[in-house]
Ligand binder design. Sequence first.
Ligand SMILES: [Zn+2]
Ligand SMILES: [Zn+2]
Length: 93
Amino acid sequence: MAAQQPERGVELDNSQFCCAVCLELLKEPVTIHCGHSYCRSCIEGCWDQEKKKGKYSCPQCRETFNSRPALRRNNMLAEVMARKVKVPRKQYV
Ligand SMILES: [Zn+2]
Ligand SMILES: [Zn+2]
């Protein structure tokens, strides 16, 4: 008989939910055209700096956009993040 395998695949890799700019869990996740996600404030901050260059790029894949893309909230991620945040931490002292 097969040994009982610990259930895998349910747990999501945290790195998917990390912002490449601040390296923390996404706060108010937004997804840009290339498919990468950032905290709204992080990507806004990046693009504020790039404004003088006249083009905007994705900090992760360097895809550039000629006009500042509209930021759309990623509802799916926001929901996942909300759920993750609700998980009680065990490390309270
Ligand atoms: Zn961030
Ligand atoms: Zn990208």
